[in-house]
Ligand binder design. Structure first.
Ligand code: BMA
Length: 334
C-alpha cells in the first residue's frame, strides 16, 4: 500500500496583495541575543543614524515584569546588531514617579530644527499608562521632559517639523466610549493644547472597531503623511493586533484623505501567532532606504521578539488609491 499523498497547505495564500513582506531572517532579535539577562525584547522604535546605520530602541521586559529601553545598532538593519551592554534608558521613578512600573513602546522622530531625536514612550504610572518625552543626540544621554499626556494615553509620535508654527503629537487616549487617535499641538514640547480627534476606531464587527492606535511615526510622502495604525479586535480567545493604512494632509495632518477598509498585515507566522501575548504584530518604528521608497517596518511579534517587514511606499499609496475612501464623519456612518 502506498502512503497517501500529502497536500501542503500554504497558509499565506490569499488573493490579498502582500504589501508588507516578512524578512527571511525573522525574528531578527530575541532575548538570546541580549548581553544581559532579560525576559523578552519587542516593540522597538527605529531610526537611521548619521552614518546610515540603523538604531533600534527596544522595549526590554525583565523578570519583574517591568520594562526599560535598550539600543541595538546595525549597519544593514537586519543582522550584526551591536547591543548596549546595559540598559540604555531605565525608568527613573525617584525623579519621575510616573515611571514606577516601567517605560515601554518608544517611537523615535529625528527633528532637523532641533538636530536631536525626540523619543516618546509610555510611562507606566500608578495612575495608568501615560506619555513621556525625552530628547537625545546620541542615544547615550537623554534630556527627559517628563509626562506630556496623562493616563490613559499611549501610542504617540511627534511629527518631524512644526505645523503652522506648532509641534504636533499624535496620541491615543483611552475612554470607555472607545480609543481613538488624537493630535495635539505645542509651542515648546512641554505645553500641549488644541486637541483634535484625528482618526476614529470603527464600531461593530470591523477589524479596527473600538480600539486603534498609531504604530510607527507617520511616513512623510509627497502625497501626505502615510500612517500605519493598529486595530485591536477582541475575540473569545484573546486580542488580535493587525495593521491598517491611512493618509493625512501634509499641512493639516488632522485631515484624513484616505483610509483603507481592510487590514493589510496581521499575525500569520509562528513567532507572531505564539508568544507571551499571542497574535500580536506591533510596529513602533520604520526606516526608509536611500531609494526613497522601501520602508523597513520593525515590529514586536507576540510580545516576545523583534521582526522586520518591508513595503514599498508607492505600492502602499497605490493600494490606498484603489481601496481607500475619504473619511466620513462617524455621525454620518451609523
Ligand atoms: C498594547 C501595548 C503593547 C503590547 C500590546 C500586546 O496595549 O501594551 O505594548 O505589545 O498591547 O500585548
Amino acid at each position: 500500500m502506498t502512503a497517501p499523498e500529502t497536500t501542503l497547505i500554504n497558509v499565506e495564500s490569499s488573493h490579498y496583495p502582500p504589501l508588507l513582506l516578512r524578512h527571511p531572517a525573522n525574528p531578527i532579535l530575541t532575548r538570546k541575543d541580549w548581553p544581559y539577562s532579560i525576559h523578552s525584547v519587542f516593540n522597538a522604535g527605529a531610526t537611521l543614524l548619521q552614518d546610515g546605520s540603523t538604531l533600534l530602541l527596544c522595549r526590554i521586559e525583565d523578570r519583574r515584569g517591568l520594562s526599560h529601553l535598550c539600543a541595538a545598532r546595525s549597519k544593514n538593519g537586519v543582522d550584526g546588531w551591536q547591543i548596549d551592554r546595559e540598559p540604555t534608558l531605565m525608568p527613573s521613578p525617584k525623579e519621575y514617579p510616573e515611571e514606577i512600573w516601567g517605560i515601554e513602546d518608544p517611537r523615535i522622530t529625528f527633528v532637523p530644527e532641533l538636530q536631536q531625536y525626540v523619543v516618546t514612550y509610555t510611562s507606566y504610572s500608578r495612575g495608568g499608562p501615560g506619555v513621556s518625552l525625552a530628547l537625545t543626540k546620541d542615544f547615550r544621554s537623554f534630556e527627559r521632559y517628563g509626562v506630556i499626556m496623562p493616563p490613559d494615553d499611549k501610542d504617540t509620535a511627534l511629527l518631524p517639523r512644526r505645523i503652522n508654527g506648532y509641534w504636533a503629537l499624535i496620541h491615543r487616549p483611552m475612554t470607555p466610549l472607545g480609543s481613538h487617535m488624537w493630535i495635539s499641538y505645542s509651542p515648546d514640547l512641554h505645553h500641549w493644547g488644541r486637541h483634535r480627534l484625528m482618526l476614529e476606531a470603527r464600531r461593530g464587527a470591523w477589524w479596527d472597531a473600538n480600539k486603534i492606535g498609531l504604530s510607527p511615526p507617520p511616513i512623510e510622502t509627497t502625497r501626505g503623511w502615510l500612517v500605519l495604525y493598529h486595530g485591536v479586535r477582541h475575540t473569545p480567545s484573546g486580542c488580535l493586533y493587525r495593521l491598517g493604512l491611512a493618509l493625512f494632509d501634509l499641512q493639516n495632518p488632522e485631515k484624513c484623505l484616505l483610509r483603507g477598509d481592510s487590514w493589510i498585515f496581521g499575525p500569520e507566522a509562528d513567532y507572531e501567532r505564539n508568544g507571551d501575548v499571542n497574535n500580536v504584530v506591533f510596529p513602533c518604528g520604520y526606516t526608509m532606504d536611500p531609494d526613497g521608497d522601501t520602508i523597513n517596518v520593525y515590529y514586536g511579534a507576540a510580545d516576545c521578539s523583534v521582526a522586520l517587514a518591508r513595503a514599498s511606499a508607492r505600492s502602499l499609496l497605490e493600494w490606498l488609491d484603489a481601496n481607500g475612501s475619504c473619511e466620513r464623519r462617524r455621525a454620518q456612518d451609523v
